[in-house]
Design a protein around this ligand. Structure first.
Ligand code: AP5
Length: 214
């Protein structure tokens, strides 16, 4: 199964990706996570992209396509994968089409107001990467990770100025992909304004029933 998750920042792509990846037994590949790992390890690439990520702009296509292509060559992605946050431009989509054939593209639909609520309340574990929300998915103990007890942090790009820029970048550069994929017949819209469980159930059913009438 080769799945792409499309949707605005904070739509819940990472949250859904973890559940779908476990269900279909395929790796979830998040370009945001790949870049944040480079930043945390202070590699040459990490130093080059840190400011871009903090502002909420897009990393250039050539760099992004290269990191994805390298990741998809790993053995665990041979039978399938779920791409979270890639492609984000028509250029990236065209490059991906040259590398693999997709089974479907899930487009998470959610309002700007909900995006801002979700991102401003997001907290993440700096050790294992588990994602929480202060209101919708709080940890059991205040501000520490349920899994490893590490103190939760706010992502550098979850400040309101960066969130607004990410939304503008999404509308300018990524939203056109909805039309691009609609033309291929791969696009499946998912109402992502519901609970994580409901969004997962709808996405799983959409993937499993794709191609069936009505
Ligand atoms: P990336 O990490 O991909 O950021 P994003 O697309 O902005 O998406 P987020 O990770 O912020 O949100 P999400 O949709 O995964 O939501 P989540 O599940 O966490 O990219 C970061 C940066 O890397 C980019 O800005 C860019 O600079 C660079 N980059 C990445 N890919 C690139 C590419 N292809 N090309 C160029 N540059 C690239 O959920 C959000 C919050 O809501 C959480 O708190 C969660 O608990 C909560 N939540 C989730 N689902 C629900 C629900 N159903 N109900 C209530 N709350 C929910």
């Amino acid at each position: 199964m080769r799945i792409v998750l499309l949707g605005p920042p904070g739509a819940g792509k990472g949250t859904l990706a973890a559940r779908l990846a476990a269900h279909f037994d395929i790796p979830a590949v998040s370009t945001g996570d790949l870049f944040r790992k480079e930043v945390a390890a202070e590699t040459g690439l990490g130093r080059r992209v840190k400011e871009i990520l903090d502002r909420g702009d897009l990393v250039p296509d050539s760099v992004t396509v290269e990191i994805v292509e390298k990741r998809l060559k790993k053995a665990d992605a041979r039978e399938g994968f779920l791409l979270d946050g890639f492609p984000r431009t028509v250029g990236q989509a065209e490059a991906l089409a040259r590398i693999v054939e997709l089974d479907c593209v899930l487009n998470l639909v959610v309002s700007d107001g909900e995006v801002i609520r979700r991102l401003s309340g997001r907290r993440v574990c700096p050790v294992c990467g588990t994602v929480y929300h202060v209101e919708f998915m709080p940890p059991k103990d205040d501000m520490v990770c349920d899994r490893d007890g590490a103190e939760l942090i706010t992502r550098d790009d979850d400040r309101i100025d960066s969130i607004k820029n990410r939304l503008a970048v999404y509308k300018g550069q990524t939203e056109p992909l909805i039309g691009y994929y609609a033309g291929t017949g791969l696009l499946l819209d998912i109402d992502a304004s519901r609970s994580p469980r409901e969004v997962f159930d709808a996405a799983r059913a959409a993937v499993e029933n794709r191609g069936e009438p009505g």
